[in-house]
Design a protein around this ligand. Structure first.
Ligand code: EPU
Length: 302
């Protein structure tokens, strides 16, 4: 019996799709088919999927809003799991803290905290991701001062790949620049410490973050956000610009003229075009400055 037949027979309440085009699921609008696409309804469903993929030796990865991600043109021969059911999108108020599930979109998190006038996560405004992805990559900004989601974390609830749920307190979690030790787990949610804020002030800050983003970043075309991490004390965007690479194209993949650390999809760019452009940028920056640019985006496929 094929894997898809077995999957149809699982005790599973969520949604399953076969051969799902991933270009529809990524902010880059690039990527081939995923053999399996699954949206578990709850924790039991999630465990069923882990069991199934283990039995079938299928690789899997978790996707949120599909930002920060380049999926190869050949697609993904395993299972892509998206925690977007209502169960994984809950937010509970706990005094001046909240428990937020991993499938919550960052913009919904901000709307919620704004209505409760709980301040602290306004800097996440306009980032097209979910809480789960933001935690794993310790998403943040560096202006007007460096703020990362890890700074707010008190506890993270995770599931390991054997289906066991555990709560890690902040002493067990290491957050670095665009990194954490959470990537070996499935993130279920986190308790974030916030403080009582002033609505007008919060709205002003949210507007400020959105405006800075609009002014400095190319948001009108599909992209995966910043492609490279900033090397210590340097700006990847500036280094790429100084190599004269703004506007450089491979097929329909183009180094943004507005922010050189963005590669935009002009129309029908393929992953192979983006990968060639990444190589070219890395080579030129290495040649001119002796610096190795490390991708911030996750590259998945076959
Ligand atoms: N710069 C240039 N040329 C460019 C781009 C930037 O000279 O083409 C210069 C800017 O003028 C500025 C400096 O580089 O002096 C830094 O630029 P920016 O403020 O845009 O910040 P960044 O370091 O490029 C970081 C994050 C962004 C985040 C912004 C806003 C990284 C890799 N990127 O960008 O995050 O939105 O700060 O605070 O850490 C992302 O992670 O996907 C992302 C977009």
């Amino acid at each position: 019996m094929s894997s898809s037949m077995h999957l149809r027979n699982l005790p599973f309440k969520g949604k399953i799709k076969f051969n799902e085009p991933l270009y529809k699921r990524t902010t880059f609008k690039i990527g081939g088919l995923a053999k399996f696409w699954a949206e578990p309804k709850d924790i039991d469903d999630l465990r069923s999927l882990l069991d199934f993929s283990k039995k079938k030796s299928l690789p899997l990865f978790f996707i949120g809003k599909g930002s920060n991600l380049l999926v190869k043109d050949e697609g993904y021969r395993g299972m892509v799991i998206c925690l977007n059911s209502p169960y994984f999108r809950r937010i509970d108020l706990q005094d001046n803290a909240i428990f937020v599930c991993s499938g919550v979109a960052l913009n919904n998190l901000i709307n919620f905290t704004e209505t409760k006038t709980l301040s602290g996560c306004e800097f996440l405004s306009g980032i097209p991701g979910t809480v789960g992805g933001a935690l794993v990559t310790n998403t943040g900004v560096r202006k007007p001062k460096a703020c990362n989601i890890g700074d707010l974390v008190e506890e993270v609830t995770i599931m390991d790949y054997n289906g066991r749920v555990k709560t890690l307190d902040k002493k067990q979690i290491t957050f670095g620049y665009r990194s954490s030790n959470l990537s070996k787990y499935i993130i279920l949610g986190a308790r974030l410490k916030l403080k009582k804020g002033d609505r007008q002030n919060m709205l002003k800050n949210i507007k400020g973050f959105m405006e800075y983003r609009r002014k400095t970043q190319e948001l009108s075309r599909p992209s995966a956000g910043c492609v490279f991490k900033n090397p210590p004390n340097r700006s990847a965007g500036k280094l790429i610009e100084l190599c004269g690479l703004k506007g450089t194209r491979v097929g329909d993949a183009c180094v943004s003229s507005k922010h050189a650390n963005f590669i935009v999809n002009l129309r029908s760019a393929q992953a192979k075009d983006v990968l060639k452009l990444i190589d070219l940028v890395q080579m030129k920056v290495k040649e001119k400055f002796g610096i190795n640019l490390e991708p911030e985006i996750k590259i998945v496929g076959e």
